[in-house]
Design a protein around this ligand. Structure first.
Ligand code: OSB
Ligand code: MG
Length: 373
């Protein structure tokens, strides 16, 4: 296909409740949407970079800048662009995986719409419904946390993930385990807030029968994750550290991670996500689909990815209502009922299968859109 234009939309969407992690407290999701026009069809994608460089070094205005200055010019001057060639055409830029992933996903959406294939069909989905978990932020107090968790349990979510940090770990985990009972899936995510000196302390989570502990130490520090995995029973799962299939292989072989959280933006796109998935299946490492407070645009593609066979744990693929009162797409994601309680249906239409509400993109714009040709 010939890529004719790339339009960048920076929007701000209010969250239904503040979301607090060990690194930030957010009340609004500021995000970048990428809209491509090609010789065949149009495509939309969401860049997962956050407003500030707090989860990773990427952030919304940085992603916009690298797209405008480096990535878009390289794609716009190419005579043939497909999702499969976006990676090679942009490989000269070091890092900036979230920005690259958004471009690849927008091109993939256009390409699949042109050929009438869904994201799930293209990526290799094997189920129509995926199991959903919910990521629960750090609360001002225990009562607020327990209220929030019971709400999610009532909505049908199949797994609870608690954000933890030093000073907010054993007590909330104990209280939530008491509330939800011994059998419901429960896991924790530290977003790098601990250090090697905390290994014995983190071992005190073992009695709570957690599915996993996610990314306790800084992303470059594989060795301390190996030490933790040897010292405790709770499985260790890497998020921030896993930026490519090569790092995933290294972390698996060294015993740093026995479960992997795949986030397409963090690893540079859906194609690299499938490669990591395939590697994990070959090594019998279970995977699950992470989230970055996506709107329906990114969520649709994530739900399709989560339908691949190696995604045996529920993902952070929650319903649209987890974060937003009104989603950016005409088909907001709603949890199923009956046998599909706690699940989302994998979209089946061409591309992501969702239709962007351009009226809302305009209403929530932070700046005028920028079109690159
Ligand atoms: O570490 O998984 C994370 C949100 C923003 C940045 C990092 C993370 C998260 C979440 C929420 O845990 C996942 C979601 O519900 O989208
Ligand atoms: Mg995480």
């Amino acid at each position: 296909m010939k890529l004719e234009s790339i339009t960048l939309h920076r929007v701000a969407m209010p969250l239904v409740r503040p979301f607090e992690t060990s690194f930030a407290r957010q009340t609004t999701r500021v995000l970048l949407l990428v809209h491509v026009r090609t010789s065949e069809a149009e495509g939309w994608a969401e860049c997962v970079a956050m407003e500030g460089p707090l989860y990773s070094s990427e952030y919304v205005e940085g992603a916009e800048h690298v797209i405008r200055s480096y990535l878009a010019p390289a794609l716009l001057k190419a005579t043939d662009v497909t999702a499969e060639t976006v990676g090679p055409l942009t490989a000269f830029v070091v890092g900036h995986r979230m920005a690259k992933a958004a471009l690849e996903a927008a091109v993939l959406d256009a390409q699949l719409r042109a050929s009438g294939v869904s994201f799930g069909g293209y990526l290799g989905a094997v189920t129509d419904w995926v199991d959903c978990g919910v990521s629960v932020g750090i609360s001002p107090d225990l009562d607020t946390l327990l209220d929030e968790v019971s709400g999610y349990v009532d909505e049908g979510y199949r797994r609870i993930k608690l954000k933890i940090k030093p000073g907010w770990d054993l007590i909330p985990v104990y209280a939530v385990r008491e509330l939800i009972g011994p059998d419901m899936l429960l896991q924790v995510d530290a977003n790098t807030a601990y250090s090697a000196a905390d290994i014995a302390h983190l071992g005190r989570l073992d009695p709570f029968n957690l599915v996993l502990i996610e990314q306790p130490f800084v992303e470059e520090d594989i060795a301390t994750h190996v030490a933790l995995a040897r010292a405790i029973e709770t499985p260790v799962c890497l998020d921030e550290s896993i930026v490519s299939v090569g790092v995933a292989l290294d972390a698996i072989e060294r015993g740093a991670t026995s479960v992997i959280n795949i986030k397409p933006g963090r690893v540079g796109g859906y194609l690299e996500s499938v490669r990591i998935h395939d590697l994990c299946v070959a090594h019998e490492v279970p995977v699950w689909c992470g989230g970055m407070l996506e709107t329906g645009v990114g969520r649709a593609a994530n739900v399709a990815l989560a339908a691949l066979p190696g995604f045996i744990l529920p993902g952070d693929t929650s319903a649209s209502s987890r974060y937003f009162a009104e989603d950016l797409v005409e088909e907001p994601f709603v949890l199923g009922t009956g046998e599909h309680a706690g699940q989302l249906a994998v979209p089946t239409g061409p591309g992501t299968g969702v239709t962007v509400r351009e009226d809302l993109v305009r209403d929530w714009a932070l700046v005028a859109p920028v079109t690159l040709r």
